[in-house]
Design a protein around this ligand. Sequence first.
Ligand SMILES: Nc1nc2c(ncn2[C@@H]2O[C@H](COP(=O)(O)OP(=O)(O)OP(=O)(O)O)[C@@H](O)[C@H]2O)c(=O)[nH]1
Ligand SMILES: [Mg+2]
Length: 236
Amino acid sequence: MAALDRVKVLVLGDSGVGKSSLVHLLCQNQVLGNPSWTVGCSVDVRIHDYKEGTPEEKTYYIELWDVGGSVGSASSVKSTRAVFYNSVNGIILVHDLTNKKSSQNLCRWSLEALNRDVAPTGVLVTNGDYDREQFADNQIPLLVIGTKLDQIPETKRNEVLTRTAFLAEDFNAEEINLDCTNPRYLAAGSSNAVKLSRFFDKVIEKRYLSRDGNQIPGFSDRKRFGGGTLKSLHYD
Ligand SMILES: Nc1nc2c(ncn2[C@@H]2O[C@H](COP(=O)(O)OP(=O)(O)OP(=O)(O)O)[C@@H](O)[C@H]2O)c(=O)[nH]1
Ligand SMILES: [Mg+2]
């Protein structure tokens, strides 16, 4: 089987928000039984059919780079993570709907990955507040995912979901809210599955297709995964 083209999508957010649980659900279509915290970065692969059901349909590998979320703005911690931020084609920002701080921190995570959180002097230029302007010219597709929807009492759902809708708007991104311990939230044909598919299509278009729809030639550092099987990689 010919090697497939691939895109690299970072999965970022605070420790414990459910990034590894989400990635496992997206790539293995199963609930992750007993997650332990991620050290460094773990990569899993999802097979995605671009523009499924149309004449342009084509299969791609989506590499999901699950970066351990232990918070730290110390330059040593950040420079360790920086090695994972090269050649990024898309970013999934994950926050825990029961934890407001994890939502607020998404701004830091995205600016860190986009390398916009430091001035030329090396000084941190964000205090974690949102500033739409910072994302206005961003070319990398973003998706905001809220986890632990099952932990929000019915009476509080509206309030929480209104807050997250504003959050996604700040990032100029689509949003999905779900329970990573329940695969039904991403069932084929559901609105979440459609949003997810649209996001991956957008990432592929930005990476491989020029504005007139022509394919841009592949690139030399393409990783090859054998036989169409899913493989997990791990980087410390
Ligand atoms: N109830 C519920 N629990 C969840 C959900 N998502 C994740 N969890 C639980 O939250 C805990 C942390 O999940 P992880 O997937 O390890 O979190 P992480 O973001 O990868 O954390 P780090 O690797 O430390 O960065 C685990 O006990 C998960 O089972 C969810 O949607 N609902
Ligand atoms: Mg993890």
